[in-house]
Design a protein around this ligand. Structure first.
Ligand code: ASP
Length: 328
């Protein structure tokens, strides 16, 4: 049976109905466990998750590969010129240089990541090349760029996007080094997906914290912090202030909590509690987690209100609000 026909047979409605619009959080909020399960299932962070999920869904339909789907999905955001926190159009570091971080992981433990990379339009595909074409997991900086060249990735000119240049010029007027927290609805994209047969994969890509110190790397390319996937249990991804997420090894923590029997929602809430306990000046820190288990149960939770995520199933692609530790 072709991938396409198999997918159609296995998915609930056969094809994606893309229905953007805000859904209530009944399915994921609150302590009680929701047993309603859906496969295939694709989740991704923030409002930009809607177009990313749509492309991931299409890819899954066409190739039957959840890995191809999570790569294709976030490539959408890497190209989105309106987005100032993913891709080469993202806000630069305090020297005015845009550096990118990305990771990709399959449920069998294969993974790859790149960090502090310049001039590569699709760091997620470079992360996949690290996973598939090298014996390594992580490559950084100039070495990663050289590897990209050797793999035939085109090098983009090092100019800021008009929007990023405008914002950077404004920032330079006062030029204090102050990490910008992520309260707005644009941020790192983390995507996790489950196919109809129960295989998992995830991807995460970012230009990192705006005006970071040159050389700073956040959670997104760190396997276990920004992303973790295990076919035996489930998957998790993170967004927000990377330092706070690395401190608790956030995505790995969530998968391990699920392994011990917590629901994805309970695991995300526990990770946020841990993050709140381990980080000072929590009022200035936003961080959020998304998780799913092999049954297709969903979890989402953030430190502060405002974290949205997109959920795609055979029934459609909807934007949802996650609950938060601090209430509105
Ligand atoms: N997690 C990213 C980082 O710290 C930032 C973000 O989510 O926007 O690099």
């Amino acid at each position: 049976m072709s991938h396409r026909r198999k997918f159609i047979k296995q998915s609930l409605l056969g094809s994606a109905l893309i229905l953007p619009g805000m859904a209530s959080l009944d399915a994921v909020a609150g302590p009680s466990r929701t047993r309603k399960t859906e496969k295939p299932l694709i989740l991704s962070t923030w409002d930009h998750g809607i177009p990313a999920n749509a492309n991931a869904w299409e890819k899954l339909k066409n190739t039957g590969s959840i890995l191809d789907a999570v790569e294709a999905g976030v490539r959408t955001t890497e190209l989105d010129m309106e987005n100032l926190s993913v891709g080469l159009q993202g806000l630069p570091d305090r020297e005015g240089i845009t550096t990118l971080d990305a990771s990709i992981m399959c449920g069998d433990g294969s993974c790859g990541s790149v960090a502090f990379v310049r001039q590569v339009k699709h760091p997620i595909s470079l992360a996949r090349a690290v996973m598939e074409k090298t014996p390594h997991v992580m490559m950084v900086g100039e070495g990663a760029r050289q590897f990209a060249l050797a793999q035939g990735f085109p090098m983009e000119p090092e100019v800021l996007s008009p929007k990023a240049q405008q914002e950077y010029d404004k920032w330079k007027m006062h030029s204090k080094y102050k990490p910008v927290i992520n309260r707005e609805n644009h941020d790192t994209i983390g995507m996790i997906g489950l196919d109809a047969a129960g295989k998992l994969a995830g991807s995460c890509t970012t230009s990192g914290l705006a005006y970071k110190m040159h050389g700073r790397v956040g959670d997104s390319p760190i396997i276990g912090a920004g992303l973790f996937v295990d076919d035996q249990v489930g998957a998790a991804t993170a967004t927000g202030l990377g330092e706070s997420i690395i401190r608790i090894c956030g995505s790995f923590l969530i998968v391990e909590l699920m392994r011990q029997g917590r629901s994805p929602q309970e695991a995300c809430e526990e990770a946020v509690r841990r993050l709140v306990a381990k980080n000072k000046q929590i009022e200035d820190i936003q961080a959020g987690f998304l998780a799913m288990n092999t049954e297709g149960e969903v979890g989402a939770f953030a430190v502060h209100p405002g974290f949205t995520f997109a959920k795609a199933t055979g029934a459609g692609n909807v934007l949802m609000n996650a609950g938060s530790h601090f209430k509105p």
